[in-house]
Write a protein that binds this ligand. Structure first.
Ligand SMILES: Nc1ncnc2c1ncn2[C@@H]1O[C@H](COP(=O)(O)OP(=O)(O)OP(=O)(O)O)[C@@H](O)[C@H]1O
Ligand SMILES: [Mg+2]
Length: 374
């Protein structure tokens, strides 16, 4: 008996449901793509591009749009060096410049003994000597807000021309937290250099969500595998979550469930059990990028919130967290802000006096605990 190859698959192409898949059919973002192209266009002739901020709720197509524009750049010109940086993975200035180095030179920099300064110099010289325009997309830029990382990174990118006259550079920042206002978060001198244009990505309408999911299903799953009633349930859950990604993940997991039970069609029960995992996909992905100390703090907060019935007060949380791991209030508050930016918690100013904040988790405490591990 062979185990690996024994099952028939219901997927035509399973990859189309993966998080890093770039869809061929990409509709409803015409206006945003046009605006982005307008911002990038000056770079085609060696001038400085306009800087843009792509803002919209999770799953509204910001990352996909950035990839779309970047692949068009690669097809059209050698003049621009497009650099894509995932802020969730590369969250220090050094890491961002490592990515930039890789794009400029076509290989990673030596891993030891190379300072940021030297890396910056090599990048600046190469761009100047080859007359290239640097365009960096800092995706999920809000992950870099802590400890002034975003500020310093954007500053270093946009001020390259000071040390290397003639070098032109621009940034595309994306953010899914609507409340984040980079104009307030970044220093005035960075904002005045940046002069960003904000491009808004509105949530998809229910008809748009339906069509996108339908197209993806046609591409990725054999006909008849997902009956109409099951499709409606998937759409309903995706709309409820307000995130297309939940819908795509639901399809993949529900079809997996049906496959596992050797059925040829997906049943509502497959979707419902898949939903238990899919609805927390944002939580799972976010926790993955936290460092061990941050995970530990979030886990403690989850445990604490179980006693406090949802709303916690910042002073009490600090006292509790500090008992487990000694830290100063600044570190504690930086981490809180990071969790807030990552939409894992909500922070509100308390009605009481002083700087007290009310904190609540955005996910069920036991799920948060589980994701953060022991
Ligand atoms: N217009 C569209 N057509 C087809 N697929 C889309 C469209 N918009 C988004 N998607 C799909 O939805 C998923 C989420 O899109 P994307 O990653 O671009 O969202 P995002 O705005 O960057 O979200 P986040 O803020 O959470 O990073 C991806 O799998 C993408 O392929
Ligand atoms: Mg994104």
């Amino acid at each position: 008996m062979k185990y690996l190859m024994s099952d028939q698959t219901l997927f035509r192409d399973r990859d189309v449901f993966e998080a890093d898949y770039h869809p061929e059919q990409f509709n409803y973002r015409e206006a945003q793509l046009r605006e982005m192209a307008f911002a990038v266009r000056p770079a085609l002739v060696g001038s400085r591009p306009h800087n843009v901020i792509l803002k919209g709720l999770p799953g509204t197509g910001k990352t996909t749009s950035a990839h779309h524009i970047f692949s068009e750049i690669r097809e059209t010109t050698q003049r621009i060096v497009p650099v894509y940086v995932n802020g969730q993975n590369d969250h220090t200035r050094f890491m961002v410049f490592t990515r930039i180095y890789e794009a400029v030179f076509g290989h990673l920099p030596p891993t030891t003994g190379i300072s940021l300064r030297r890396r910056l110099n090599e990048i600046g010289k190469s761009l100047r000597d080859r007359g290239k325009v640097l365009l960096v997309c800092l995706d999920d830029a809000n992950y870099l807000l802590h400890e002034g990382v975003l500020n310093d990174t954007v500053f270093s990118i946009l001020r390259l021309y000071e040390e290397f006259p003639g070098v032109r550079s621009g940034v595309i920042l994306t953010v899914s937290n609507i409340e984040t206002d980079f104009r307030k978060e970044l220093d005035a001198c960075v904002i005045s250099t940046m002069q960003p244009t904000e491009i808004y990505f509105p949530p998809y309408s229910s008809d748009e969500v339906k069509t996108i999911l339908q197209e993806r299903i046609q591409q990725g799953v054999y006909p008849g595998v997902i009956p109409g009633i099951v499709f409606d349930l998937i759409v309903e859950r995706a709309l409820l979550a307000g995130d297309l990604r939940v819908g795509l993940d639901l399809v993949r997991r529900a079809v997996d469930n049906a496959e596992q039970q050797a059925r040829k069609t997906v049943e509502p029960g497959d979707v419902l059990s898949a939903h238990e995992i899919s609805r927390n996909i944002h939580l799972t992905n976010s926790v993955k990028v936290l460092n061990p100390e941050e995970k530990k703090m979030l886990r403690s907060m989850a445990e604490y919130s179980m006693q406090e019935e949802c709303i916690m007060c910042s002073g009490d949380v600090f006292a509790m967290v500090r008992e487990e791991t000694p830290m100063c209030y600044t570190t504690f508050f930086e981490r809180l802000k990071k969790f807030d930016e990552m939409q894992l918690i909500t922070i509100r100013s308390s009605r009481g006096t002083g700087n007290t904040r009310e904190i609540s988790l955005r996910y069920e405490a036991d799920r948060v605990k589980e994701e953060c591990g022991g």
